[in-house]
Ligand binder design. Sequence first.
Ligand code: ADP
Ligand code: ZN
Length: 376
Amino acid sequence: MTAEVTATGAFDQLRVELGERGYDILVGPGLIERAGALMSPLLRRRQAVIVTDENVARHYLAPLRESLVEHGIAQHAVVLPPGEGTKDLAHFGRLVDDILACGIERGTMLVALGGGVVGDIAGFAAATLLRGIDFVQIPTTLLAQVDSSVGGKTALDTRFGKNLIGAFYQPRLVLADTASLATLPRREVRAGYGEIVKYGLMRDADFFGWLEAKGRALCDLERGALTRAVMVSCRMKAVIVAADEREEGDRALLNFGHTFAHALETETGFGDRLLHGEAVALGMVLAFDFAVRLGLASGQDSHRVRQHVAAAGLPTELAAIGLSGSAADRLLLHMGKDKKVRDGAITLILPRRIGDVFVMRDAPVEQLRGFLAEAA
Ligand code: ADP
Ligand code: ZN
């Protein structure tokens, strides 16, 4: 990890070590305005196609275009409607047609400017257009900056479920412009924070302690706290991904809180009722409580986690998202359909303590059922 200071300002930098697919992540304010200069050395052809959504375009498309123009990069933009609904095959079909209509070649750079939705669909377009063109990711949500910008997962949803089509495809560069979070709705900032808390709980108790002290400043977008949290999160994910690019081992630990979260999101319809990061926050609280119930973790740790999640304005109770005891069986059913399910067994990532989680392959289903019924 190095800190670079350039004439136009400072940013932090880390490398995702994936051999010839390795790439840099730059973190700091004002990177969108400097995108042209930062991308230039990577361009095989001075042409870029920007993919973004309407909300993000309103704030950041013009400065990005200006920066590219300033550096002599010909550019086109495709603006998608915002929201998860955009991540389907119908939109994908129109998107690749629109991109092809720009007259792209193998050396064209695709630029994904936006949150996880834009990153997923544009990344998959980059992976598949002309059998793969280069792409740069400019994540503009906190969630995308700390999560989807590392690891190269690209995806589309189908009516059978989320992210069922996709590819592992690494970007050439990630520009996490922390200043772009200023326009992000507060609720989205808090949801992204949920995913940051995950990194501490997963394998860095000191980081969790730091979040207990700095979480508020971070959610208020205080520059130093924000940059540090994004860097620590990306670095941790980068190390895990470098060791396990295709999710066969340790990478599963990144799913801490996520088996519960996916069940909750399925139950609430993957919409505004419960954002992904909120579901993860509640999922981690449930994982701690369930681990206490199984005698694996201490009540003290689970109390500390619940306190912090609540202080961040994130949900800690099923009732808070409108679920009652009658939802327990359905949640269990959703958990059984989780991608991590093998042979009907439910796999959970459970904590031993703050900063230490492990994979439990065969979670005791009846105890889980009882736990959920009481939790709701
Ligand atoms: P996620 O990264 O959480 O998966 P999405 O791509 O669904 O996010 O983005 C969440 C919402 O926030 C969308 O409505 C999107 O248009 C909007 N959005 C993304 N980035 C910004 C930003 N920097 N400022 C304002 N709105 C944004
Ligand atoms: Zn997640």
